[in-house]
Design a protein around this ligand. Structure first.
Ligand SMILES: [Zn+2]
Length: 63
């Protein structure tokens, strides 16, 4: 029987077997999968945040 194919977890880099026994593949664990999904969600939220107008920087020019 061939050994299981190992892939590096995208979150922590740990080698984890890619097979139906690992429901979190390509991640090594549920925790790593949730962390990665959380980062995705954060990136989604940051897009509208960056569209806010910048504060008026001329205010600091009080010489
Ligand atoms: Zn991991």
């Amino acid at each position: 029987m061939a050994p299981p194919r190992l892939v590096a977890c995208p979150q922590c880099g740990k080698k984890t077997p890619w097979n139906p026994a690992n429901p979190y593949r390509p991640f090594c664990s549920e925790r790593c999968k949730l962390i990665d999904l959380g980062q995705w969600a954060k990136e989604e939220y940051r897009i509208p945040e960056q569209q806010r107008p910048l504060p008026d920087e001329a205010e600091s020019n009080d010489d």
